[in-house]
Each structure stands twice: as C-alpha cells, then as structure tokens.
Design a protein around this ligand. Structure first.
Ligand code: ADP
Length: 512
C-alpha cells in the first residue's frame, strides 16, 4: 500500500499509506480510509488508512510488548541515543523530499518546512539523543552506615501522543524524541489534515533500526482514533497539542479511564506589547513575524497587539507597509511567506472572524480579498486568506477574545505600563507574550507581571530545543523541549535501602 505524489519540483514522492504498527504498514482492520487534500489547490493528494479503536488496541499491544521486551526495560541509554542519532541522519538525507511532502500536505512554503520545521526537528532529535544518557536520580542521605534512599527516573511506559496540523513534523519530534530517549514506547496520532509526513518518518525509523513496536503511527479522525487513545486502559500517558476544547475532552477521557498522566499544550491569544522607546522599524518586523509566521496558525501567535498611544500613528503606518510587502501564493517559491491555510474548514473559520471584526466596528488597517487577485489560476481553489489587521479593537470583540489561528491581528492602544499589563493579562490563555521596550527595567517588570509560559523581550516566535515551552492558565500544563520536556516522560521511583538497621518486635512505644 503506497501512493506516489508529484512534488512541486520534477521528482515524485512515494509513501506507504497504511497504519504503522510493529514496524509494518498495514490496512485498518475494517479497511477504513481517509483522504487528505493539497490546501494550495483543493485537490485530493492521497488516500491513507484510518485507525479504528480496534486498530488502536493492536498498536497499544505492540507498544506494550516493545516496552516490556526491547525498549523500556532492555535497551541501554547508549543504544537509544545512537538510534535517535541515526534516525536524525536519515531525515537529514531525505530533507528535500520531506519538505515538499510537508508543504503539499500542510500548505506552508517548502523553504519554511525545510529550513525551519525540519531543521529544528532534526535538532530536537539530536538534543534528546544527547540527553538519553543523562537521565539521573538522586541519592538522599538517611543515616550514615545504616541506610540510604535514592530515586530512579524511570520511563512511564506506553505513551499516546496526539498532535495538531500546524507543524506536523516538528510536533511529531517534540513528542517522540524525549519520549523515546527516556525509554517509553509510543502510539502517535497525527492530525487528520496532515497525516503524510509522519508515515515517511516512520519508514525512516525502520531504516534506522528501531525495534518493532517502539514507534506506532495511527492516522485517523480525532473523535475516533484520538478518543480511543485518550480512553485506552493500557496507555500510561497521553501528551496532546491542540485546541483547548479538545484538551478538555482528552483530560476528561483520561480521568474516566485509567487516570493516565496528561500533558496539554493548548490554545493562546498572546499579547504583544510595544512601548514608545522602541526602534519602530525593527519592532514592526517582529510584530509581523508574531502574527504572520506559519500564516498565524500557531498556538503562540501574537494575535493581540498593544501599542503605546504616543507612537500609534507612526507604528501602524510602518506595520501596514510591512504587512503589505508579504508575498502570498505559490508554496514552492522561495519568496513566498504566506501559502494557503491548512483546510477549507480553517479558511472558512478565519474568514468568519474577519467578517466579525467588520461587524463589531473594528477598523481595517489592511486586508481584503483583492490581495489575492494575483494568485495563479491553479491556486484559485486553494485555501488562501489575506493577512488582515484591525485597529480600534476592544475587549468583548470576538477578534480580541477568541483564538482565530489565522493571519488576523487585533490592535489596541494603551497609555501606561499598568494599563498594558492589565490588557495583556485579560485573557483565559497564557502561552506566549512579547514585550518591546528599550528600557531593560521595564522589560523585567513586564516579565514578572505577564502570566504566560514564554515571554519574549524584543523578539518573538524564537524557540530553542534547549528551552522549555508550554502554557499557563488555560493554555495547558506540562513543558516540551529542554530538560523539562524529558522529565515529562519519566516518573520518579523512590528506593529506601537498609544495610544495618534492625528493629525489635513486637514494636511498641518503649522500643520505637
Ligand atoms: P483543530 O480544531 O484545529 O483541528 P484539535 O484540537 O481538534 O484542533 O486537533 C488537534 C488534534 O486533536 C488532532 O490530531 C485531532 O485529530 C485530535 N482530536 C480532535 N478531537 C479529539 C478527541 N475528541 N479526542 C482526542 N483527540 C482529538
């Protein structure tokens, strides 16, 4: 079972389309399939197997067996590290066709998939390959020469991982790399909008030499495959990235099944605060990055902009110019920054919010369908949305309160630092925030005051595999990346060891 896809270049990409279980690609037990389109053209790209609850059961059994027999209990950190490194090498060798595949399935420009997503994902694998032999417990002194205690950081077991469509390869690696480094085995479900790159990564994992059952990939719809993972009685942990609505469902399913451990990286409505001391040109560049990178389909997109009123006119004029410089269109072209959104459904959702902005009285600084007039004919049915900036926004408007997950920015102004803090924190989310100021003390005060898992000062959207990422408030809990990300895939066992203490029996108040 495989499909051959015509790439943007002149090569053809062949991928296996089955469910990946026990190092083999096989059809779903019931023969269920699903189809994924190319978002740039709206045409079907590939039909692949879709997992039912029964298929998830089979994948979990494979992962359990691997955990007990080869990976979790039998492998050494060195072996795990060298397999992760080997996998990274194979991905690197395949980077060009993998980038095309990712772009065809997701819509993001090929260069972005290659030079950002995949390069960072390879870095993520290598980072955790390097940490595999640095998983340590502690010795805790109890009584010299008599007894001691120590801790072990053990793998959790079989991990279910459910990932979103905005960074398919990167989200895959953020989840898989630390989990495998720590000795867990995996059943992962990619998003139904972007199922293809995970299948290619799985093929490369076999080539790298991972034992069967260590990594299992089950594509399928959230309500079926995802739900089966979150409810499964033999999955020890579920790690999720996606919407807050779905995160709640997963937590509930975990609570109602076997109380599996849960980590959630959820939505955001991140504030970007611009004080009047800034370099206007540079700051406008970062503000564009904050809302337009990955077409705004980013859980930490800086989608609420707060500009100090004293520089409002100059700043917004510069921002308008910069947003209008952005090239929208062909994802295969290197100068393109904005391709199509991931799906028709997402395009319709974002367009609805653009209409809400108009209806609720916000003023359109830039936007409008005419920005798409120059799209080549072959992209006329693609899921494109023009970058849109609204000013004169206020709390209570849907474009200010809701996560849109598209290139739509809501601008408000403020007078004082106190007001900026209040506005920035006035959201149920707490994933990211940006502070732009030349006053270091002001930046530090803001860092303390803002309730978010990541605060960027004078930059935005910059991540490092070594730095933890995750949310506060309703943006979730648990951290990915960094040493913290590895710790989420271990559990502590405490060991008390006696080598000299004797007790009297029967024990009572006179001899305790
Ligand atoms: P979106 O609405 O943008 O697609 P979701 O949070 O629904 O975002 O999707 C993120 C991931 O969660 C996807 O892999 C999706 O299939 C999965 N998912 C959706 N619904 C459920 C569910 N009820 N249980 C488990 N996973 C789900």
């Amino acid at each position: 079972m495989s499909v051959t896809i015509q790439s943007y270049g002149d090569c053809k990409i062949t991928i296996k389309t089955g469910l990946f279980i026990n190092n083999e690609f096989k059809p779903s037990v019931g023969g269920t399939v699903m189809t994924t389109p190319n978002p740039a053209t709206g045409e079907d790209l590939a039909t692949i197997s879709s997992a039912t609850a029964e298929d998830v059961d089979i994948a979990v059994s494979a992962a359990r067996l691997a955990f007990e027999t080869t990976w979790g209990k039998k492998s050494t950190p060195d072996q795990r590290s060298s397999l992760l490194n080997k996998w990274a090498e194979l991905i690197e060798a395949d980077i060009d066709s993998l980038a095309e595949l990712e772009s065809l399935d997701n819509g993001k420009p090929v260069w972005m998939a290659r030079d950002v997503d995949i390069v960072d994902s390879i870095g993520c694998l290598r980072y955790y390959a390097g940490l595999a032999d640095k998983i340590e417990g502690r010795t805790i002194e109890q009584q010299e020469g008599i007894k001691l205690a120590f801790t072990r950081a053990e793998p959790i077991g079989v991990c279910g991982q459910i990932i979103p469509w905005n960074y398919p390869i990167q989200m895959f690696m953020w989840k898989v790399a630390p989990a495998l480094a720590a000795g867990n085995t995996i059943v992962i479900k990619p998003a139904e909008q972007t199922p293809l790159s995970a299948l290619r990564l799985a093929e490369l994992a076999v080539e790298a030499g991972f034992p069967p059952g260590v990594l299992n990939v089950v594509n399928g719809p959230g309500a079926v495959t995802g739900d089966a993972i979150s409810r499964h009685m033999d999955i020890d942990k579920v790690a999720f990235t996606g919407s807050t609505v779905t995160g709640r469902k997963i937590m509930e399913a975990a609570a109602k099944s076997n109380l599996k451990k849960v980590t959630l990286e959820l939505g955001g409505k991140s504030p970007v605060v611009v004080f009047d001391s800034v370099d206007i040109d540079q700051t406008a560049n970062w503000v564009c990055m904050a809302i337009l990178f990955n077409h705004g389909q980013d859980c930490c997109a800086g989608s609420r902009l707060f500009v100090q009123d004293t520089i409002k006119d100059e700043f917004l004029a510069t921002l308008k110019k910069k947003v209008e410089q952005v090239e929208i269109g062909d994802p295969s072209v290197k100068t393109t920054f904005i391709g199509p959104l991931v799906s028709k459904q997402q395009q319709e959702k974002v367009k609805k919010y653009i209409q809400y902005g108009k209806d609720e009285g916000a003023v359109c600084l830039t936007g409008g369908e005419d920005k798409l007039a120059d799209l080549p004919q072959k992209f006329k049915n693609g899921f494109f949305v023009p970058p849109t900036v609204y000013t004169d926004c206020k709390k209570g408007m849907k474009i200010v309160d809701d996560e849109i997950f598209g290139p739509v920015l809501a601008v408000q102004t403020f007078e004082t630092e106190e007001e900026a803090i209040e506005l920035a924190n006035d959201t149920a989310y707490g994933l990211g925030a940006g502070i732009f100021s030349q006053n270091a003390s002001q930046c530090m005060r803001m860092v303390h005051a803002i309730k978010a898992g990541t605060v960027w000062c004078n930059q935005y959207m910059v991540l490092s595999n070594a730095v933890p990422f995750g949310g506060m408030k309703q943006s979730g809990f648990g951290r990915e990346l960094g040493i913290e990300g590895l710790k989420e895939y271990t559990q502590t066992k405490a060991v008390h060891w006696n080598y000299g203490e004797e007790i009297e029996w029967p024990l009572n108040g006179t001899n305790v």
